[in-house]
Design a protein around this ligand. Structure first.
Ligand SMILES: [Zn+2]
Ligand SMILES: [Zn+2]
Length: 397
């Protein structure tokens, strides 16, 4: 079948359900739910996918708000034919709701999944066995839902992964930084801050000293390293020397070799602060670090070719790098994670972007992304040499 006929089939599929896709997105936007609490979105999306004929597993991998929905051609044979997963996110941020636009990630993922389904099931005209999986991944904004799915073995039967994230710019070869998170607690001794301050051991001073030492060390950090923190607890009233403080630190790097160096620098700052103030330090690391994204260039290049045909021309990466657990997925399966412009150039995690993510004027951009994603998926199904090239790149051959 001609590639243009697939494009036509995909366009028709997207146009047919576009009101429903928009409705799903708007409903998720209007009911923001934070990490692992996405019960409304989970029910909404799984009900929709069941209605659309997907075989749906709710609470997938023992994670109450994860799901897996799949559909295969009748001649699909496990282990012999390709499996392509399209990922959805649907968690929100505390207080500012869908300021990262994950409702739009869900919209693109569901729309692309349905379009690929329509091509796969038109098997009287097309002959390429395969399976498409729409994977519902909770807790990206902290929590690391995709890491739970990796640890459960959910990606073992999946050959290729795609996901698209809304952003102020279109970015094809997306970079995300690895991130490690830790909590630093200092324990001192409380005393009256005026009568006998010399008897106290000041845990707030330790937190401030550590914070300042990290700030000073930034001059010796590489340009793409990030270290940022808040002091979450620093005492209760000024006339008691604080005997407990708690700070939270995030550290980010483009590779985990640099991360080991950055971590050791920060640990030195924490230890020196404890030493200088006489406090005891307790350091706890988040057990689920996010790894840097290893975007598959072969898959991304195919995606870019289809994007060009849709009048989407990618420019240079504007260099605005966050972190995501899609990085961890990219270490176990060939993955792409393009970012897409949604009509206005507001930075994510802002109130302006939250407002934009709830607007139906983002839909043309979401549908265009879903179309390019579906075309890329179909190309992977039909083009064996492309699949082999993607896998060779992933294997480092
Ligand atoms: Zn975010
Ligand atoms: Zn996000």
């Amino acid at each position: 079948m001609e590639a243009s006929l697939f494009a036509q089939m995909i366009s028709e599929s997207l146009a047919k359900n576009k009101e429903e896709f928009n409705n799903l997105s708007q409903l998720i936007w209007a009911h923001p739910e934070t990490q692992y609490d996405e019960h409304f979105a989970h029910a909404l999306l799984t009900d929709f996918l069941s209605k659309e004929g997907f075989v749906v597993e709710k609470a997938y991998a023992g994670v109450p708000t994860a799901f897996r929905a799949e559909i295969a051609t009748s001649d699909y044979v496990v282990g012999s034919h390709p499996v392509i997963a399209i990922l959805c996110e649907y968690d929100a941020l505390p207080e500012i709701g869908h300021a990262c636009g994950h409702n739009l990630i869900a919209e693109v993922g569901i729309a692309a999944g349905c379009a690929v389904r329509d091509v796969l099931l038109s098997n009287s005209q097309t002959k390429f066995p395969g399976k498409v999986v729409v994977l519902g991944c909770p807790a990206e904004e902290g929590g690391g839902g995709k890491i739970d799915l990796i640890n459960f073995g959910c990606f073992r039967d999946i050959d290729f992964v795609m996901m698209a994230h809304p952003f102020p710019h279109d970015v094809l070869h997306c970079i995300t930084l690895g991130i490690e998170r830790c909590t630093v607690e200092f324990f001192g001794r409380a005393t009256h801050a005026s009568c006998q301050p010399w008897e106290g051991v000041n845990a707030l001073d330790a937190a401030i000293s550590a914070y300042n030492a990290v700030s000073l060390s930034r001059q010796q950090m590489k340009p793409d390293w990030r270290a940022h923190a808040i002091i979450a607890k620093g005492g209760t009233v000024p006339n008691v020397i604080p005997d407990h403080s708690e700070s939270q630190y995030y550290m980010r790097c483009q590779n985990m070799e640099d991360m080991a160096i950055l971590k050791s620098k920060l640990i030195q700052c924490f230890e020196c602060a404890a030493e200088a103030t006489g406090c005891r330090m307790v350091l706890s690391w988040d057990p689920k670090p996010y790894l840097p994204l290893r975007s598959n260039r072969t898959m991304a290049s195919t995606f870019g070719d289809f994007a060009q045909a849709e009048n989407l021309v990618y420019g240079p990466d504007p260099g605005l790098h966050g972190s995501s657990d899609i990085g961890n997925v990219s270490m176990v399966v060939p993955t792409i994670h393009p970012r897409f412009f949604v009509g206005e150039s507001h930075l994510i995690h802002t109130r302006e972007f939250q407002k934009l993510a709830g607007s139906s004027k983002t839909q043309p951009y979401c549908l265009r992304m879903a179309k390019i994603m579906a075309l890329t998926a179909v190309e992977l199904f039909i083009n064996k040499s492309l699949r082999e090239k993607v896998t060779r790149e992933f294997d480092g051959c």
